[in-house]
Design a binder for this molecule. Structure first.
Ligand code: HEC
Ligand code: HEC
Ligand code: HEC
Length: 228
């Protein structure tokens, strides 16, 4: 391709020079250059016969060489993406509130259920009723004394609080990337469906295998509470 284009341009030069020569231009320098040119390529181009068939393709180059800049940067971007898409391997399946909500920081109370109550009320600019301290290891049954489903004038709310617990924990967990991605959390993290088809709340950490299936030697699941 590049060779024949080169020949073509040489041929064009040759034609031009012939024209110039025929027109009677007497510039010596030009003629000198012209003749040098002519000698060097006349038989290559002007006298050349029809070109032969193309030769066989050359051997493949070494891997990696020969990518265009665009291909190389696309490949690099794909590599970076592949190593950054989170697909965490779970160390364990957690079921029951205290499987995650336990005291890990004695100064703040993080992350007991009590701590969550104070923390989230504060985030709204309010103060949680001091029914317990953030460091207290409070069971969800205590939360439900005020955050059970309200009736009568409290319909749609908690029985003694602005929200029922379900209205807090459902969106807060199912919208949390930490809950879903880090813990692999789902409905059965907090629930069991019993023999009557009713949802139970898992108030204690459940002894489970790597799939979350409860230990058969500890059934019915301890702390699985009927929802009223
Ligand atoms: C698998 C771990 C896990 C289990 C089990 C779990 N939680 Fe949580 N919980 C979390 C995480 C993580 C957050 C913080 C979510 C965030 O901020 O992204 C959270 C936040 C909360 C909050 C704060 C809500 C808010 O408005 O931010 C409350 C209350 C709570 N959990 C209650 C419960 C109760 C009650 C149970 C049991 C019925 C429970 N959790 C079980 C992981 C868990
Ligand atoms: C004595 C009744 C009572 C108990 C017990 C109780 N709460 Fe509350 N809770 C309230 C009241 C009242 C509010 C509203 C505070 C405010 O905003 O003024 C509230 C607010 C909250 C909030 C804030 C929600 C938000 O988005 O602002 C969370 C979360 C919460 N409680 C979780 C809990 C948890 C978890 C427990 C158990 C560890 C618990 N509560 C126990 C009465 C209670
Ligand atoms: C963080 C723990 C948690 C997770 C995750 C969770 N739930 Fe719940 N769920 C609760 C709590 C706490 C209650 C209220 C218990 C009560 O009021 O006694 C509840 C109540 C319910 C109820 C009401 C049952 C009844 O008999 O009134 C249903 C239905 C339910 N959850 C379904 C789901 C489904 C479906 C998912 C998954 C998409 C889910 N839950 C995820 C904690 C959780």
């Amino acid at each position: 391709m590049s060779l024949s284009r080169e020949l073509l341009s040489k041929y064009a030069n040759f034609r031009l020079l012939c024209l110039i020569g025929g027109g009677g231009f007497g510039v010596k320098k030009l003629l000198l250059i012209t003749s040098l040119f002519l000698v060097s390529f006349l038989y290559l181009s002007a006298c050349k016969g029809p070109s032969g068939p193309p030769g066989p393709p050359g051997p493949a180059g070494p891997a990696g060489v020969g990518l265009t800049e665009e291909q190389a940067s696309t490949l690099e971007a794909a590599g970076v993406l592949a190593t950054n898409i989170p697909f965490p391997a779970l160390e364990a399946v957690n079921r029951g509130c205290p499987a995650c909500h336990l005291l890990v920081d004695p100064d703040t109370g993080a992350y007991t259920l009590a701590f969550e109550a104070f923390e989230r009320a504060k985030a709204r600019g309010a103060e949680h009723p001091p029914a317990f301290k953030p460091t207290d290891d409070v069971n969800v049954t205590t939360c439900l004394t005020c955050h059970a489903v309200g009736t009568g004038p409290n319909e749609g709310k908690g029985n003694m609080a602005p929200w029922s617990l379900r209205d807090i924990v459902h969106p807060a967990h199912m919208s949390s990337q930490v809950f879903k991605l880090h813990y692999g959390g789902n409905c059965f993290t907090c629930h069991n469906v019993n023999g009557e088809g009713d949802w139970e709340v898992l108030s204690e950490a459940v002894d489970v295998n790597e799939k979350g299936v409860p230990n058969p030697n500890k059934l019915p699941i301890p702390g699985a509470l009927e929802i009223k």
